[in-house]
Ligand binder design. Structure first.
Ligand SMILES: [Zn+2]
Ligand SMILES: [Zn+2]
Length: 223
């Protein structure tokens, strides 16, 4: 569905994937594996564009539910994959991905060979305040060491990855179980409350399409 002119949410994929249609076709996050066809179908059937027009794939962080189709999409479309260098280390397996603590870490370790996201190369490093596809990179460590948010000042849209989520219209911070450093995550959220935006598009849950900045401010102030 088109959330606002030029920004689409491809529904039915976990985690959320968004397509920006100008200045060129850009995909933000790719969901769990096995959704490549669904993403390509959205490009061809809903946008009436060619897969080869996909130019950039931005990954908000290295978790499997966000990077699962990136490599396959790059092979088919020729797009470049971009993310923060801290999480590129995990995607490329130059470092072992950090595991959640406690029992969830053990479950994660057991499940990860089954999810089968093979290491792949990242083409473009994204750092704080850099711009790509009309978006400003906001380095937001905490959920993972290299998490980023993306700010579209023209359309007043904030893409939050898993740094902020939306559950039935209510803003939530990142999952404690799956976050590496909750103190850093808290600091990253405090940074977001100074931005001017109307729409918040997160890695999980539904879009917040009205007064999103005020809702984020309210959440940040009590968290
Ligand atoms: Zn995550
Ligand atoms: Zn996620």
């Amino acid at each position: 569905m088109e959330v606002i002119s030029g920004i689409h949410w491809i529904q039915g994929i976990n985690g959320n994937c968004y397509l920006i249609t100008d200045p060129f076709l850009t995909l933000i996050d790719t969901g769990f594996p096995h959704k490549t066809k669904k993403i390509l179908r959205y490009i061809t059937h809903e946008l009436h564009r060619q897969p080869s027009e996909l130019t950039i794939i931005i990954l908000t962080h290295s978790h499997y539910d966000h990077i699962g189709n990136a490599e396959q999409l790059r092979t088919i479309t020729g797009a470049k994959i971009a993310t923060h260098p801290e999480d590129a280390l995990y995607i490329e397996r130059k470092k072992q991905p950090p595991l959640p603590s406690g029992g969830m870490g053990i479950i994660f370790k057991l499940l990860s060979p089954m999810i089968k996201v093979h290491p792949f190369h990242v083409d473009i490093s994204l750092k704080e305040n850099e711009e790509i596809a009309g978006l400003t990179i906001l380095y937001s460590p905490g959920h993972t060491p290299g998490s980023i948010c993306l700010y579209d000042p023209k359309r007043k849209v904030l893409f939050t990855g898993d740094t902020l989520r939306c559950n039935n219209g209510t803003i939530e911070g990142p999952s404690k179980r799956f976050s590496i450093d909750m103190v850093n995550a808290h600091n990253s959220i405090q940074k977001l409350k100074t931005l001017d935006f109307d729409i918040m598009l997160s890695g999980h849950g539904t879009p917040i399409t009205e007064n999103a900045a005020a809702k984020v401010r309210e959440f940040a102030e009590k968290s």
